[in-house]
Each structure stands twice: as structure tokens, then as C-alpha cells.
Design a binder for this molecule. Structure first.
Ligand code: SDX
Length: 380
């Protein structure tokens, strides 16, 4: 194949695959999963239904959804060896590093997944989707010095995660808020972590290797790690009165303001709107949170200055405020993003499995011309 001569930094806009899973219009602010607008799915779907839709391309029938829920909850438990592994990490370890290690380790405890085998893939799909929340919750309990809480099979994906974290059933509002947040984070075309997963899977490595690689990519502050940093920025700002001074400082230092900007969206991320209205409903029921006012003021100040450059709030801007209101620790916001995005990553791997081609791009060489070896005594 002839090497393209034109470098495209960050492969911006370069199609890496054909995909039918999700669709973005970055100028119109549109996001659809298998053709269904994200706003309708956030309003009317659940994470389980959305995970099925992403994988199979159609909304499940009632019997398909019920069977999927049973199959999923049946494989939530972790083997003792995994709990010992999670207990071996220092309590100061970042939960994303623990999660990346644990996903690969989970694969080491499971039967081999033969590339291209549909039954093997389905088993891994269920296992990774079901066990990721258990891993996140178990490490959270262990680092707090508490015993992990075993998953239950009679609770939904979102409700069971909150149950494993707190040791008690969540109230309906909290479970539904988290469920909607998981729907909103489930897939997003060829983002960095999905691309990472597809690159690894392209070598015919397995789903555990590939999802572990995706977790690594998601950890970065330019990607999923932004949600944790947005909340820290809002806490640093502290009040509405301090927003402008803080933002001016960022503008003059040319720093990237976390939660703003996007490679594809040049308008406000539709998920940002959806999370904002989720927050409005939640705060109306559970009580207001002052940090939300700081966020709204920061959005106004940043968009005033950078809006015409196409810099607007992205999915990470409001999510942390909602997670904090649910009592979730700040450094668990990105693991929660991973719990949701596992549905998208695995749908992309299944799509790639149908017609796989090794990812091996080119480069433009800018190094030294060929030259002869110099014996060490002749080097200056
Ligand atoms: C996610 O890809 C996905 O779909 C990701 C995601 C998903 O669901 O998978 O949507 C989830 O990762 C959302 C993004 C979370 N990241 C952040 O909030 C971190 C802050 N955002 C920026 O780092 C940035 O906007 C990126 C990384 C998201 C996108 O960056 P690009 O496309 O590489 O663009 P760029 O960094 O080259 O910026 C272009 C210009 C630059 O100015 P100039 O040098 O041209 O003058 O816009 C400026 C940048 O300085 N800019 C910002 C900014 N984002 C871009 N300036 C201040 N603050 C920002 N946040």
C-alpha cells in the first residue's frame, strides 16, 4: 500500500473503520445509538436495554431483555483470587489503574476466548459488562477498609452497583439517575479508548486485553479522566464570585479547561444538555447543590470567551456534579465512565470481529539518514 504523504495529527477526522453502532453530527450536536437519538434513550431506555441495542443493533423484545438481565446478573461475582488481587493494591492506588489491571486479570481467570467464536465472545461480553462494576465497588470497599459486598442478582445494573458500594439498596431516584448516566456514556463512535480497544483487538488479541487497553486510554485527562478534574476545578473555584478570576487565569496561561472542547462537537455536547436536565430533576428532588451554580457561571464565562472557537461543555462537564450528589468519590467518576463505555467497546469489538484487519498505520520519517556504526573509543 502506498504510504500517504500527509500527516494528520491525532488522526483527526481520519476514518479508521466503517461502523453502524453510533453516529455524531458535531455541528448539529447530534448523537444516535443505532439510529436512536440519545435524548430518547436517556428518557425511556435503561443501561441493560442500551447495551443490548449497541451489541445487536435492535431494541430487545421483552423476553430478550429479561433473559439478558438474568444472564448478566448471573456472572457478576468475582473469584476469590480476584478479591485477593484487589486487596493487594495500596489504598492510594488510582482506581483506574486498578481497573485496568483487574480487567486483564479477569481474563486470566476465565476460559480462553477464541477469536471469531461467537459463543466465546458472548460469554466474554456478559462477563466484562457484569464484573466491571463488581471490580470497581470491591476496590472502593477495600480501600475504605471494608469488606466487599457480594453482588445481588435481583437488582438492576445501576442499582446493584450502588448496593455493592454502600451495602444497602439505593433509593429509586439514585438508581435511575445512575442508570441514565450510564446510558449517556455507553458509546461515542471512534473516541480514543474505543480506537485503542479496536487496535489491540485487531491483532486477534482477546476482549480482556482490548478492554484493559481501552481503560488505559480512558484514564487520561484529555478523555475520560476529565470528569474527575472538572469537579476538582469547581471545588478549587469554590464560589460563583471566584469564577471569572479563575477562568481569566486559565485563559492567560493557555491552559485547557477540563470539561470543555471536543474533537468532533463544535457546539455543546448533547449529552451535556441531557446530564444537565438530569441534574435539574435530581436537585429538585434531592436538594440543590451550590457547586452547580459555580458550573453554570463557569460555562457562561468560558463560552463567552471561547464559544466562537467551537469550545463548549462536553459530556464530562456536568457528570461529576451528579456523581458527587450520589455520594460517589471523585476518583471513581472515570471508573463509572468505564462501566458504561464497556458496552460500547465490546459492541465495537464484535463489529470488528466480523471483518477484522490489523491496524498498522504508516509514519513520515523525520530522523537521521542512514549512517555507519562508530566504535565507542572514537566517540566524542
Ligand atoms: C471525552 O472523543 C470523544 O468522543 C471523547 C468523549 C467520549 O464520549 O468518548 O466525548 C469523552 O473525552 C470528552 C472530552 C474530555 N476532555 C476534556 O474535557 C479535556 C479538555 N478538552 C481539551 O483537551 C480538548 O478540547 C480535547 C482534547 C477534548 C479535544 O482537543 P483537540 O481536538 O485535539 O483540539 P486541540 O487541543 O488542538 O484544541 C484546538 C484549539 C486549541 O487552541 P489553538 O492552539 O488552536 O489556539 O482549541 C483550544 C486549544 O488550545 N482548546 C481549548 C480547550 N479545548 C480546545 N482551550 C481551552 N480549554 C479547552 N478545554
Amino acid at each position: 500500500t502506498a504510504e500517504a504523504k500527509q500527516l494528520v495529527p491525532g488522526l483527526a477526522g481520519v476514518p479508521a473503520a466503517e461502523s453502524a453502532i453510533s453516529y455524531i453530527d458535531g455541528n448539529a450536536g447530534v448523537l444516535e445509538y443505532r439510529g436512536y437519538p440519545i435524548e430518547q434513550l436517556a428518557e425511556r431506555s435503561t443501561f441493560e436495554e442500551t447495551a443490548w441495542l449497541l451489541m445487536h443493533g435492535q431494541l430487545p423484545t421483552k423476553s430478550q431483555l429479561d433473559a439478558f438481565g438474568r444472564d448478566l446478573s448471573a456472572v457478576r461475582e468475582l473469584p476469590d483470587g480476584m478479591l485477593a488481587l484487589l486487596g493487594a493494591f495500596p489504598k492510594t492506588a488510582h482506581p483506574m489503574l486498578v481497573l485496568q489491571s483487574a480487567i486483564a486479570a479477569l481474563g486470566a481467570f476465565e476460559r480462553e476466548v477464541r477469536f471469531g467464536d461467537e459463543e466465546d465472545f458472548r460469554r466474554a461480553w456478559l462477563r466484562i459488562l457484569a464484573a466491571t462494576p463488581t471490580i470497581v465497588a470491591a476496590f472502593e470497599r477495600l480501600r475504605r477498609g471494608e469488606q466487599p459486598v457480594a453482588p445481588r442478582v435481583d437488582l438492576s445494573h445501576a442499582a446493584n452497583f450502588l448496593y455493592m458500594l454502600n451495602g444497602e439498596e439505593p433509593d429509586e431516584i439514585a438508581a435511575r439517575v445512575l442508570d441514565v448516566a450510564l446510558v449517556l456514556h455507553a458509546d461515542h463512535t471512534m473516541n480514543a479508548s474505543t480506537f485503542a480497544a479496536r487496535v489491540v483487538y485487531g491483532t486477534n488479541a482477546g476482549p480482556y486485553d482490548s478492554v484493559s487497553a481501552a481503560v488505559g486510554a480512558l484514564h487520561g485527562p484529555l478523555h475520560g479522566g476529565a470528569n474527575e478534574r472538572v469537579l476538582r476545578s469547581l471545588e478549587t473555584i469554590g464560589s460563583v464570585e471566584n469564577v471569572r478570576a479563575w477562568a481569566d487565569q486559565q485563559f492567560s496561561s493557555k491552559g485547557k479547561i477540563m470539561g470543555f472542547g471536543h474533537r468532533v462537537y463544535k457546539v455543546k455536547d448533547p449529552r451535556s444538555f441531557a446530564l444537565q436536565s438530569l441534574g435539574d430533576k435530581m436537585f429538585a428532588k434531592l436538594g440543590h447543590t451550590p457547586i452547580y451554580d459555580v458550573a453554570l457561571e463557569l460555562e457562561k464565562v468560558v463560552v463567552e470567551r471561547l464559544g466562537d472557537k467551537g469550545i463548549h461543555p462536553n459530556v464530562d462537564f456536568f457528570s461529576g456534579i451528579i456523581y458527587q450528589k450520589l455520594g460517589l468519590p471523585t476518583d471513581q467518576f472515570t471508573p463509572i465512565f468505564a462501566i458504561a463505555r464497556a458496552a460500547g467497546w465490546l459492541a465495537h469489538l464484535h463489529e470488528q470481529m466480523q471483518d477484522n484487519k490489523l491496524f498498522r498505520p504508516g509514519q513520515i520519517y523525520v530522523g537521521e539518514a542512514s549512517r555507519d556504526y562508530v566504535p565507542i573509543d572514537n566517540r566524542v
